[in-house]
Write a new protein. Structure first.
Length: 278
């Protein structure tokens, strides 16, 4: 297998703590609450030696980790392309400027143009969209690449988000069908879950969108997400999403077996897991 045919990116859930209460969140119950700084650095050193190029720091809300800036600096010093995904509620011009020294991409989760819909989803308390627009402007001004993540549910699959995406001007837009993970978000799926036809309705209405540089959005149906992500939890173990339920294995086990034994390379590439992140 050539270097271009390997898993090259990892989603690192450094904490499950969050100041929001998104009802569809699939990482509500990861333990422990935070990974220690020393354990995080040890894992990153192993990932770099293994050939991983990009780290995306996620949560929970990654800015709630008490050593967030030390961790991302260490990742940058190790030579990773460093990204983060956030709800943006804790971002200020000052800490975004600080991130610019280490982070190449900031992802913000925005699902609707309507503040009240976001609040109903648990995404904030009534000003999430307004704040996301303000923070996006700061990210552009400071010169970090912006990515938007959107989760499509029963509340927003009919919504037209083209004006919002045009306003935010991201370089990347990832759109996810709300995913049921047993033990994480069981309570909300009956109310918020959508079928493939409903997700397809949203895709059809947005597939003509083009981002900066003429890039198309990435749409991920449930089947595309399962078995296609390399994720590490606050425990330091690898989280495998198999059949709608998480299982954990040690990083050493994954390395010994090979990433592609647990993460399907064909699905990883089909969902555009490899792109020009530099």
């Amino acid at each position: 297998m050539s270097s271009t045919d390997r898993i090259k990116s990892v989603n690192f859930h450094i904490t499950s703590k969050c100041n929001y209460h998104c009802r569809f969140c699939y990482t509500k119950h990861l333990n422990p609450d935070v990974i220690s700084f020393d354990n995080a650095v040890s894992i990153m050193e192993s990932l770099r030696e293994f050939g991983i190029d990009k780290l995306n720091f996620v949560g929970g809300e990654p800015l709630m980790h008490p050593h967030f800036f030390r961790i991302v600096k260490s990742a940058s010093d190790l030579g990773f392309t460093v990204c983060m995904t956030s709800n943006a509620s804790l971002m200020t011009k000052e800490n975004i400027s600080q991130m610019a020294d280490y982070i190449s991409w900031i992802g913000i989760s925005v699902d609707s143009m309507n503040n009240q819909i976001e609040a109903t989803l648990g995404r904030g308390f009534g000003n999430h969209v307004t704040n996301a627009i303000s923070v996006s402007d700061m990210i552009h001004e400071i010169g970090i690449n912006l990515k938007i993540n959107t989760t499509v549910t029963k509340l927003n699959f009919r919504e037209n988000l083209k004006p919002l995406i045009h306003r935010l001007q991201p370089r990347r837009w990832k759109v996810f069908q709300v995913l049921h993970i047993a033990g994480q978000n069981d309570a909300c799926i009956r109310e918020l879950g959508i079928n493939n036809e409903e997700f397809g309705y949203f895709v059809k209405n947005h597939q003509s969108v083009r981002l900066r540089g003429g890039i198309a959005p990435v749409f991920e149906q449930n089947s595309a997400m399962i078995d296609s992500y390399f994720m590490i939890g606050p425990s330091g173990n690898v989280i495998i999403n198999h059949g709608g339920r998480y299982e954990e294995i040690s990083l050493e086990t994954l390395f010994n077996e090979g990433c592609e034994s647990r993460i399907k390379m064909c699905k990883y590439t089909e969902r555009n897991g490899l792109y020009s992140w530099n």
